[in-house]
Structures are given as C-alpha cells and as structure tokens.
Ligand binder design. Structure first.
Ligand code: HEC
Length: 190
C-alpha cells in the first residue's frame, strides 16, 4: 500500500512542500469551507462535556481499554511515514467482521495503533515497532455522524487529539477509496 496519510505534523508532510505559510493557511480555509456541511452537521458533537480529550469536528474520544481489544489486521505504511500499524476492534465490530455484516452496526469502534518501523537490533531481517506515533479511532453512530457516513473520526498523539484541519481530511479519503466497504479499509486477516 503506497497510499500515504498526511503526516501527524503538517510541517513534516511532503504534501506541504512548496506551499507558503500564507498558502497553507488559505488552503486550510478552503478545506474548512468545503467541509462546512460536515461541520454544520457535527458541531453539536463536541463530546459529552466538550471534553478537551475529544477530537475536534467529531467529538470522538479514545475508548477505554482498546489496548486489549482483538486484532483485525496489521498494516505497513511506506516511507516517509514508514510505520507498522495494527487495527483492533471492539466486540460489536468483531462480530460484524466475523459474520461479514455491512454496514457496521452502531456501537462499532475501530482503533488503529501505529509505530515507527524499526529494524530489530537482535535480528536484522526482522521489523519491530519503534516509537508510537498516532492512535486513530473510527466510531459508528449513524445518527450522530450522519454527515460522514455514520463514522466519527479521531486522531490522537500522546493521548491528545490533533487539530481540526487534520480531522477534516479523514472522511474524504475513506469516502473516495472504500465507500463500498462502509468507508473501512481494513479487512479481517484470517
Ligand atoms: C489519504 C488517505 C487517508 C486519510 C486522509 C485518512 N485515512 Fe484512515 N486509513 C487510510 C488507509 C489506507 C487505511 C488502511 C491502511 C492502514 O491501516 O494504514 C486507513 C485506516 C484507518 C483506520 C482503521 C480502519 C480502516 O478504515 O481500515 C482508522 C481508525 C482510520 N484510518 C482513521 C483515520 C482518521 C481518524 C483520519 C483523520 C485524522 C484518517 N483515518 C485519515 C487512509 C486514510
């Protein structure tokens, strides 16, 4: 898979090469305007208490206990991100995966963990996880997130949500590529 998500920090992204600061700001303004429908549809979703740990735009938080959820599939992302990834799901999502149910029912949550791709110091041909980079969440609630295919998105670094501009990219890419799989890329690895 050569498809690249934007780097966690916009300044580190090759996509921004050649775009001036002002240009980047204008670009963000344009993106924000284009995403007006999503914002309008979701602005009521700033989380239960507008919690600062909730993602902007969607109000999605890191779910409790996801580190012990079942794994769905690993993935590898080519440089420049150069990451190893693992997507896990809660019980509702896992039931849907096993039975091949689409669309995923409300209450499904998918979490993707990611680490830098590092060569094992003990055995060179092996790749192992280095530093953790992002944790990303997709949570299904077809009414609350009606404007984005029923999914709410969250990207977290060190447990804190990243900015709104990054959250305005999520649905567009998932919609463009995997609308026919309920906006979810990851398939169950048997
Ligand atoms: C440029 C395209 C692109 C953008 C933008 C993007 N994603 Fe994804 N996303 C992918 C691809 C490709 C995968 C599957 C490969 C992988 O796991 O890295 C994926 C996988 C995921 C998964 C695991 C479930 C699934 O669909 O496979 C989650 C959760 C996720 N993304 C959340 C997000 C969030 C949150 C954002 C915005 C902050 C976002 N994504 C932005 C391309 C994108």
């Amino acid at each position: 898979m050569t498809l690249s998500e934007p780097a966690p920090r916009p300044s580190a992204s090759p996509h921004n090469a050649g775009i001036s600061r002002g240009g980047a700001r204008r670009l963000i303004t344009v993106m924000a305007t284009a995403a007006g429908a999503i914002l309008a549809g979701l602005s009521a979703n700033a989380g239960p208490s507008g919690a600062q740990d909730a993602s902007p735009v969607y109000g999605v938080t890191l779910p409790e206990g996801y580190r012990s959820w079942e794994f769905i599939a690993p993935a590898e992302e080519a440089p420049p991100l150069d990451e190893l990834r693992l997507t896990v799901g809660n019980a509702i999502a896992m039931r849907a995966y096993r039975s091949g149910t689409l669309p995923f029912p409300d209450g499904s949550i998918l979490v993707k963990l990611a680490w830098k791709h590092v060569q094992s110091p003990e055995f060179a041909p092996a790749s192992i996880p280095g530093a953790a980079t992002t944790v990303q969440v997709m949570e299904k609630d077809s009414r609350r997130f009606a404007a984005s295919g029923g999914w709410g998105f969250g990207r977290f670094i060190d447990g804190k949500p990243v900015d709104a501009a990054q959250h305005l990219t999520c649905f567009a890419c998932h919609q463009a590529r995997v609308q026919n799989h309920d906006y979810v890329f990851t398939r169950y690895a048997r």
